[in-house]
Design a protein around this ligand. Structure first.
Ligand SMILES: [Zn+2]
Length: 427
């Protein structure tokens, strides 16, 4: 009886232990990273950053897992996640599990695309980026153009007038570096007032040409970023703060550094040692980077900084700063026009020359810039929604929670970019 009693109490103890120890996500997380590295061997754009164990990358390069096996293994991991006993999971554990499910779903879809499967634009963005952009008709954009006609009256096509006006605000090439560095310093200083960053965080800036994008942050791990700025086309003055905040502070550089610090290092969540470009994480990354511009430089503060610091550095007339930013506010309503161009072009509804015409007419991109947009669509496809839809989703989420309080806005923003929350979790 005593022995039975002892056995019984041991069994009870075991039951308590089993109940208290939640299922372990770490093995699946490690497998996810290895599969992402394997897919990187088939798709040069897929692994945007990796700073996990070097031997995992080497092993992936040696093993050369075929696409079919990557998809199969990704499916098996998702099945494992779905069947997992989540009792004892915290809210953060549940977000983590959901993150892995959606990242793996996107991975499988990307594999299918590489195998030749053609998704529609919306199917693809739903699977890969966990979101679908609203559809806007030409009539919707025509109405906005009508408003702009009133704001910028004059002879000739509206797009030409817009272009002529914007040309006054190009940064002279020999001033780009000084202007950009001043913008980064200000963005960093504003961010550090609200978000603590690892003491050794740092970045390098390089100027490049021949790329389908305007700027890029290549996160290197250990809290270091390589920020590249494409100088092949004229750079308007507003791009300085946009790029500084988007690529740097509180955008990509801060996002990656916080994930590395809070999730990879402090919690040991190894899935955050890899950044898969074609995945839902990218909508949060781009959306928060774009919205971060406004968090760091809200409305009138931005105009004052441009007028007092950047315009003089660029040799532009500070008296024109307020008018220019008012004009840019009007253009924001056309922000989704690029999505329509990409959707129609990638769905095969319009050809490249018609896409250029659409972008020239509705997004005021001069033909050479529109050509660059098409190169972007060809390479990154529905990724384009991450910038404008992502920005709107992040903004709505943060503003709803911050309720107009500037300090809470920073905190909600910081919490979001320190978490595994994905687009469908922003509701
Ligand atoms: Zn970006």
């Amino acid at each position: 009886m005593r022995r039975i009693g002892l056995l019984w109490s041991c069994l009870l103890g075991l039951t308590v232990i089993l109940r208290a120890a939640p299922a372990d996500l770490n093995p699946i997380a490690a497998s996810y990273v290895k599969l992402a590295l394997a897919l990187g061997g088939h798709d040069g754009d897929y692994v945007d950053a990796y700073f996990g164990p070097a031997e995992w990358r080497t092993a992936a390069q040696v093993e050369k897992l075929p696409l079919a096996r990557i998809k199969e293994n990704a499916g098996a991991l998702r099945t494992g996640l779905g069947a997992m006993n989540t009792s004892g999971f915290t809210a953060l554990d549940l977000l983590r599990r959901e993150y892995l499910v959606k990242q793996l779903r996107a991975m499988a879809a990307r594999v299918e695309m590489l195998e030749g499967r053609k998704f529609t634009f919306d199917e693809e963005s739903s699977l890969v980026f966990d979101a679908v952009a609203p559809v806007n008709s030409a009539a919707h954009f025509d109405a906005i153009l009508g408003e702009l006609e009133k704001a910028l009256p004059g002879p000739g096509p509206l797009a030409a007038r817009v272009q002529a006006y914007r040309n006054q605000f190009v940064i002279p090439p020999d001033k780009v570096d000084a202007v950009f560095r001043a913008a980064i310093a200000a963005a960093r200083e504003r961010t550090l007032r609200h978000i603590a960053l690892p003491a050794n965080e740092s970045f390098t800036v390089e100027y490049v040409t021949g790329k389908p994008w305007g700027g890029y942050n290549w996160y290197q791990g250990n809290f270091h970023s390589l920020i590249q700025v494409n100088t092949e086309l004229p750079i308007y003055i507003d791009r300085a703060v946009d790029l500084a905040a988007h690529e740097g502070y509180p955008g990509h550089h801060v996002y990656n550094a916080l994930l590395e610090k809070n999730l990879l290092r402090d919690r040991g969540w190894v899935e955050f040692s890899v950044y898969a470009l074609f995945s839902p994480q990218s909508l949060i990354a781009e959306g928060s980077a774009n919205y971060g511009v406004d968090v760091a430089f809200p409305g009138a503060e931005r105009v004052a900084f441009e007028r007092d610091v950047l315009f003089p550095l660029a040799g532009l007339d500070p008296a024109k700063a307020a008018g220019y930013y008012h004009f840019l506010d009007l253009l924001k309503a056309l922000g989704f026009a690029g999505n329509e161009a990409a959707r129609r072009y990638l769905n095969g509804e319009i050809k490249a020359d018609e896409t250029v015409a659409w972008l020239t007419h509705y997004a005021f991109q001069e033909p050479v810039r529109a050509q660059r947009s098409i190169r972007f669509y060809d390479q990154y496809r529905s990724y384009v929604i991450n910038y404008n839809l992502g920005r709107k989703m992040v903004e709505d989420y943060v503003e709803r929670r911050a309720a107009g309080d500037p300090e809470r806005r920073w905190q909600e923003f910081k919490d979001l970019i320190s978490s595994p929350r994905l687009p469908s979790g922003l509701k």
